[in-house]
Design a protein around this ligand. Sequence first.
Ligand code: NDP
Length: 452
Amino acid sequence: MAPLRTKQKDSKEEHSVLNPRTTSYEFSGPWGTFFIMLVVPIIIYGLYFGCSEETGGCPPNLSLAISSIATIGTQSVDVAGITSKLWGKLWDAEAMLYYLAWYLFCVICWAVLPGEYVEGRPMRNGQVKRYKANAFQTFLLSLALASAYIIQFGPDSFTFVYHKWVGFITASIIMAFIQAGFVYVMSFRPGKLLALGGNTGNHVYDFFIGRELNPSIGSFDIKSFNELRPSLITWAFIDISMACEQAVRRGGWGNVTDSMWIVLIGQIWYIGDALWNEPALFTTMDIISDGFGYMLSVGVLSWIPFTFSVQARYLVFRQRELGHLVSGMILLMHFVGYWIFRESNNEKNEFRNGKNPKNLKFLTTNSGSKLLISGWWGLSRHPNYLGDLLMALSWSLPTGFETPITYFYITYFTILLVHRERRDDDHCAKKYRDDWKKYKALVPYKIVPYVY
Ligand code: NDP
């Protein structure tokens, strides 16, 4: 028995050396994360009830919204009755079934469609994960199937997402919660590599931030799978459903507004690009350093598809024609943004893969890693964020200026990227120490050259 106890003790010690306790909190600690957990679903539903035909437009008609709440209150005086009425508004069994079928379809595509296996960055335990990269193939297959279905049965056959919007939100939040709970419980099994930021010992905080770095079932990596497939591909199909609803209302595809086309082209281009460049995901902060918890699961499964598509949903009931000049200018903004985003990300990815075709200058650091100091990465420390922000703005402009709600995405995204820049700055300061100070002196701007 004794040798076994020693062995167990050794492996416990190894485990705690590899997985040190997290000693500082982000997001104002457990209370802050608890608050965000409550607020995120409220915002996702709020963007619907605050901007929809059901509540009288965007912003909503207050008397309509109040009378709808009053109905819930007066007809049932007991709390249980009010709760069940509210639940009745949010829950849609058919939407849940569609959602589960769609999720399962994505898993099956991951398993059966061909795809190259790509190696991730070496992890703290010295291991290298291999990811199956077939998200773009999944997108093409689902796009082909959906197009065939819409051509065969007409655009009205694909408007169900518009009509079951709230039910789909609920389905995605339930899925996010179940997944986060599952991976949290599994993270306590022996031999798991934990995220450096998600091992505080506080259940609420760790559940939110993500305790395990790369939860997986066999070779199925839960985090990267969710980040691209049920997240981005769902967003694309939500947009397509909105365009179908507009086509039905305007009497055919030929009458769909230019504003709807711009949002559709811009967002599907962006999604297609992310899926095509799937291997680049494996070098991002999300994959390398963040755990998979409720923050990421609700972010990718609910927040991305249902808040990034508000503009397309708005254009269903507030149809706008922009004309060639304005449409051209907005598309130009989108593609300039895309060019900056793609070029800068390519420069860094090639460099991180040991290539430097443009012969860019770099700083050699004591950590063994090098930092680019010319090209896009000589202009600011996150030129890719600038390109992303320009694209985001180009997807809101087609909705005009009647409501700030369709500018939610660009506003939130600016806050997210500014916060992300700070998190990355902290991360790089720890990794590169004095070299990071040297780098910051050489490249002083954070995101927008000469401005910020
Ligand atoms: P970055 O692509 O900017 O990556 C930051 C990392 O790059 C650093 O931690 C560092 O890692 C490395 N790095 C920093 N400076 C240099 C340099 N000068 N030369 C070489 N390597 C450098 O950040 P993200 O992972 O946050 O973003 C990736 C993309 O995803 C961006 O285009 C962003 O806009 C997009 N994004 C989109 C979101 C959305 O919701 N649509 C959300 C978040 C991001 P190391 O040195 O360890 O390699």
